[in-house]
Design a protein around this ligand. Structure first.
Ligand code: FE2
Length: 286
């Protein structure tokens, strides 16, 4: 059994090395011509402090927090243009006020966040949403970085809610997505989307599950992304390394600092995209 476990881990490590890709060699002339040069995003997944924590001493919370603080120090050392935290800030939504206000001030570059199901609930509640907004200030937002546009969204709003306040917010959010995609179509592919939950786990036609967009609107949303020229999608939620693609859209899902179901080590991904859309996605252990 030991040999089997080692082989599987080794397989995953090799897969991660392959997934890291190879940065394209670029000239200064190419970078100047395109405006901002290579964009570097630190892609952080599921800090989820207190993952399945049943210990009254919060041992698990403290361990996950310490791991994230090591991650933050490493991100600051590597100086990306922006850090993206792809949701599930804490395992229990109410814990988000404990450390996140302090942690957000610890990054030395802009930070973008997307809310996860553990932040807002599998069915979003007003209480969870208001608490999250109180800490982070938004649940969807546009960022402009080095000539690129990063749209971070709230995938939780796409799941059914009977609450009229949440339904209204969903309608506003859907309109925002539509408007942003229309505006993004002039950017020649320099657009990156990010939400907690990826569009799909294994294939676009898969049935509804815990790990995908609702099937009823999934394909239409993906078509709209492609029509707007979007080529990259960064997500969290899976707690495992995953690279997927659908036509010209690449969907990347990195390692967490809480629990990784694929036994990958704790860490994050440095996503680097050149103006010609060649990219690398390198694992950084913490
Ligand atoms: Fe999670």
């Amino acid at each position: 059994m030991k040999g089997v476990a080692f082989s599987r881990r080794r397989f995953l490590q090799v897969g991660a090395i392959l997934a890291a890709g190879f940065p394209a060699a670029r000239t200064r002339a190419e970078e100047t011509e395109s405006g901002g040069g290579t964009l570097r995003i630190a892609h952080l997944c599921d800090p989820q402090f207190g993952f399945a924590d049943a210990d009254p001493d919060r041992t698990r919370y403290k361990k996950d927090l310490a791991c994230f603080e090591r991650e933050m120090a490493k991100v600051n050392e590597l100086k990306p243009d922006i850090a993206l935290i792809a949701g599930d800030m804490t395992h229990i939504s109410g814990d988000v006020t404990l450390d996140w206000p302090r942690l957000l001030k610890g990054f030395t570059m802009p930070v973008a966040v997307t809310p996860g199901n553990h932040d807002l609930g599998n069915t979003v509640t007003e209480e969870n949403l208001n608490r999250y907004l109180g800490v982070f200030g938004y649940d969807y937002k546009r960022f402009e970085v080095k000539g690129w546009r990063l749209l971070v969204g709230n995938s939780q709003l796409w799941y059914k809610s009977d609450n009229p306040v949440i339904q209204k917010r969903k309608a506003e959010y859907d309109q925002w997505v539509k408007d942003e995609l229309a505006a993004a179509s002039s950017l020649n592919g320099r657009v990156i989307l990010a939400t907690h939950i990826p569009p799909f786990d294994n294939g676009i036609g898969e049935k509804d599950s815990y790990n995908n967009y609702p099937q009823a609107t999934r394909r239409a949303r993906m078509e709209a992304y492609l029509a707007a020229g979007v080529r990259f999608y960064l997500s969290g939620h899976l707690h495992r390394m995953s690279m997927r693609g659908w036509r010209d859209l690449t969907i990347l899902n990195g390692e967490a600092t809480s629990v990784n179901f694929d036994e990958r080590p704790h860490g994050f991904r440095m996503f680097e995209i050149a103006p010609d859309l060649t990219y690398s996605w390198s694992f950084i252990p913490v």
